[in-house]
Write a new protein. Structure first.
Length: 440
């Protein structure tokens, strides 16, 4: 049965204000929570931050005082929803543990979107971003183990592989290259619009989380790694927002924002395994249907058009969290050497990049002392003989080859762990493991 969000009345806005007890709620238990309940919680916080921020931007362009007040009333509710979502995270979940959760969101969400994206070009952009967040997860996993003794499986619960991706030091690009071609608002499917706004909201919040928390560790190498990866998340925001047609009106954007919230809560509600949290998704879906009615009314009032022209008549599933290991491995092995080209194009391989590639000077400048993300592997080596990885044996065996394929020859930081060194680390680890067994 299809669900037409525009035909639902939802909860009236005047009934949406809750008391502090309801707003704050109770956190989940970090050792018992399903990893995909945590990813939903992290993503929905990002969706709410975007929904709240957009409303304030819109209000600054609006002179009609009645609509301005209504907009601020909705913004107030988004603010309470954001609190409920973010504060589901427990106080004893460390910044690094939460960070692994953020990168698991990015990997498994982007992989889902790529496979459910009708626009081939947008799908290619999703696949490209995917391999970068996949590498971030691997870099942070080194610190989580070294600093806090956390195995990645404690967070990703075996659903997401942890192994080298496109090396983070090669994610720093010229802004002109990050800019992609935008869709055409008159022909793009509602699914493309919702998919992009969903991942964009997630990436923006990942950036914000690193900005607000990366300094909380005394370890200088870890602080620098947060800074380095935060810069990539900034690029991801630039990349994904450039896919949006800039000629969409503010009212059209308002409509897409509320519809994106509806679709994401609808998916969360369908998939949630924690009955208590599922109840929250149900209530928030009802609230968002109420917001959508108001956005649709304002769209009709200012644009004199039918909202269905923009968001269609069917619900979209933008955030179905599932293990995506097979898909990610396929993209990893095929596209780890892919790079950005001007005018929204892609170079297929590193070999195709011209000598004067615009991202080389950026990478040489930021990595001129060292690449913090490379020190991450060295730290893994010190604490564990080799890097911390989690994947099936047949993929682990390929790690040095994947690294070799993903590394450029130019603009490589001097502290880079080269494939032969990684191989030595792996051998050392294996011989130590054998020696340990003999002792036992
Ligand atoms: Fe909301
Ligand atoms: Fe990331
Ligand atoms: Fe990202
Ligand atoms: Fe909303």
């Amino acid at each position: 049965m299809t669900f037409n969000a525009l035909k639902e009345k939802g909860m009236p806005l005047e009934k949406q204000l809750r008391n502090w007890h309801q707003i704050v709620g109770k956190p989940y238990n970090k050792t018992e929570v399903d990893c995909y309940t945590r990813t939903r919680q992290i993503l929905m916080n990002g969706i709410e931050v975007e929904a709240w921020g957009f409303k304030h931007q819109l209000a600054r362009y609006l002179d009609d005082s009645e609509d301005k007040i209504k907009l601020s009333q909705i913004g107030r509710i988004e603010n309470t929803q954001q609190m409920t979502c973010n504060w589901m995270g427990p106080a004893d979940q460390s910044v690094l543990e939460t960070t692994l959760g953020y990168e698991q969101v990015a990997v498994d969400l982007t992989a889902w979107l790529a496979q459910n994206e009708p626009d081939k070009y947008v799908k290619e952009v999703f696949d490209f971003g995917l391999l970068e967040d996949f590498d971030h997860l691997y870099r942070y996993a080194q610190f989580a183990y070294a600093r806090e003794g956390i195995e990645p499986s404690a967070i990703v619960q075996g659903q997401t592989d942890v192994i080298v991706g496109r090396p983070t030091q090669h994610h720093h690009n010229c802004n002109g290259l990050r800019k992609r071609k935008h869709y055409d608002k008159t022909t793009a499917s509602p699914q493309t619009k919702v998919n992009i706004l969903t991942v964009l909201s997630g990436e923006q919040q990942t950036h914000n989380f690193y900005a607000e928390h990366g300094f909380m560790y005394g370890d200088h190498v870890l602080r620098e790694t947060y800074a380095e990866i935060k810069d990539v998340e900034e690029e991801h925001v630039t990349m994904y927002e450039s896919l949006i047609d800039p000629s969409e009106s503010l009212w059209e954007k308002f409509l897409v924002h509320e519809f994106t919230e509806v679709c994401n809560y609808y998916t969360c509600m369908e998939d949630e395994v924690d009955e208590r949290i599922k109840k929250t998704w149900e209530i928030f879906l009802d609230m968002e249907l109420g917001h959508l009615q108001i956005a649709a009314d304002m769209f009709k009032k200012y644009e004199k058009r039918d909202p269905e022209e923009v968001i269609g008549s069917e619900i979209i599933i933008p955030c179905r969290f599932l293990s995506q290991k097979d898909y990610v491995q396929k993209v990893l092995e095929k596209e780890v050497n892919k790079r950005l080209a001007p005018d929204g194009e892609f170079y297929k391989t590193i070999e195709e990049i011209p000598e004067d590639w615009a991202s080389y000077p950026i990478q040489e400048r930021v990595g001129e002392i060292s690449a913090p993300s490379e020190n991450a592997i060295r730290i893994g080596g010190i604490y564990h003989d080799r890097d911390i990885v989690e994947a099936k044996e047949s993929l682990l065996e390929k790690e040095p080859q994947i690294l070799k394929k993903g590394l450029q020859e130019k603009a490589v930081a001097h502290n880079t762990v080269m494939p032969d060194e990684l191989e030595e680390m792996i051998e050392k680890h294996e011989s130590r493991e054998e020696a340990k067994e003999k002792l036992i």
